[in-house]
Design a protein around this ligand. Structure first.
Ligand code: NAD
Length: 374
């Protein structure tokens, strides 16, 4: 990342980041980056990802992108939180240790609560508990420590509520009974989502690369499966991506035989603009991923006030109303649903910022163009 190859400050200002912290600890081998995108609504909350990034630039680009996404997710979900994320450069299968996570915990403690961490891909609840020995600014810890535990059931309930909103909007139905749903990926979230759908009277078809997950889902919920690549061709009302990102793209969209895309996976569209346009042409309604899958964030954020599962579940069900509003705005403004979600998130941040300015005389710290960034 020399001056001539990578302009770090230019990157930060382009995307509107407030602060980026590079963390190095020789004793534990820690190499990590914490990115705080925006704290207008509250402290920046976002998970800690561990991944063997090929380069420091790749790690920085990822943490900048992910932390910015968290700002939008928290804002559209009505949470009083900003957006942040951290990444550890390393192989989660080989390079984890108590020392490593305690070292990162100390860096997080040094930020005095501006950044709150949580579990993400490559990290576990155990890793969060190591960090908790050094900082209180960590959520997603186990129920036995007063934490919120596994967020997946809450995420699944949020996705289910979002599917109900999409069905009412696009198919004009208040019940899911009799609808066909293709679920791609039946891991932590997909498994629970299938349970909700079956109880609601849907006919569910699933696919997963992992035979154990597939067998468990098919046995427990009595649903049928198809081969991994065939899931795109299933005739259905709803396609629910609950595996990896980018499964909706120019190669898969022509194959889809659904009316609605609504699932848990992050970054479902490979190329937001062109994929959204292709979906619109096919008359498919897309429930923006970061809106419909916000149950996990909602769940961990509840730890900050003292975890109450009943309240977290109730809040996750609120995704129904949030998504309905996204659809209303998209229709009214004639814009894609992902853009409507971004606009709603942005409007909330701006409104809070205006209130602060009015009542405290504070100057705004961020302009709309900066926050939207690239
Ligand atoms: P998971 O790893 O438990 O489950 C994903 C499943 O998808 C696995 O069973 C995996 O075998 C399967 N899979 C992978 N590639 C596949 C493919 N090509 N075709 C079919 N199946 C495939 O993950 P999860 O926690 O259930 O999360 C699912 C998605 O939702 C991820 O994109 C995650 O980022 C997102 N998400 C999860 C949460 C949460 O609370 N867990 C919250 C928000 C978003």
């Amino acid at each position: 990342m020399s001056d001539t190859t990578y302009a770090v400050f230019e990157e930060l200002s382009k995307r509107g980041h407030e602060q980026v912290v590079f963390c190095s600890d020789e004793a534990s081998g820690l190499k990590a980056i914490i990115a705080i995108h925006d704290t207008i609504l509250g402290p920046a909350l976002g998970g800690c990802r561990m991944f063997p990034y090929a380069s420091e630039k790749e790690a920085l680009t990822d943490v900048l992108r992910l932390s910015r996404g968290m700002t939008y997710k928290a804002a559209v979900s009505g949470l009083d939180l900003g957006g942040g994320k951290s990444v550890i450069i390393g192989d989660p299968k080989k390079q984890k240790s108590e020392l490593l996570f305690r070292a990162l915990g100390r860096f997080i403690e040094g930020l005095g609560g501006r950044y709150i961490t949580a579990e993400d891909s490559g990290t576990t609840m155990q890793d969060m508990e190591f960090m908790r020995k050094e900082t209180s600014h960590v959520v997603g810890i186990s129920r036995s420590f007063g934490g919120s535990g596994d967020p997946s059931p809450v995420t699944a309930l949020g996705v289910f509520s979002g599917i109900q909103a999409a069905v009412e909007e696009h198919l004009g139905k208040s019940s899911l009974a009799g609808l066909r749903v293709a679920v791609q990926g039946v891991g932590h979230v997909g498994y629970h989502l299938v349970g909700h759908l079956v109880r609601a009277g849907c006919k569910v078809i699933v696919a997963d690369v992992d035979q154990d997950s597939l067998k468990k889902t098919c046995t427990d919920h009595k649903v049928e499966s198809v081969a991994v690549d065939k899931i795109y061709d299933v005739e259905c009302d709803i396609f629910a991506p609950c595996a990896m990102g980018a499964s909706i793209n120019e190669g898969t969209i022509p194959r889809l035989k659904c009316s609605i895309i609504a699932g848990a996976a992050n970054n479902q569209l490979l190329n937001e603009k062109t994929d959204a346009a292709m979906l619109a042409t096919k008359g498919i309604l897309y429930a923006p991923d970061y809106v419909i899958n916000a149950g996990g964030l909602i769940n961990v954020s509840n730890e900050l006030q003292g975890y109450n599962q009943e309240y977290a579940l109730q809040q996750a069900e609120g995704i129904y109303d949030i998504l309905k509003n996204v659809f209303v705005v998209a229709k009214r403004e004639n814009i894609p649903t992902f853009r409507a979600a971004d606009d709603l998130a942005m409007q909330r941040i701006e409104a809070i910022q205006r209130v602060r300015r009015t009542y405290t005389g504070m100057k705004p710290t961020l302009e709309r163009t900066r926050l939207r960034g690239a």
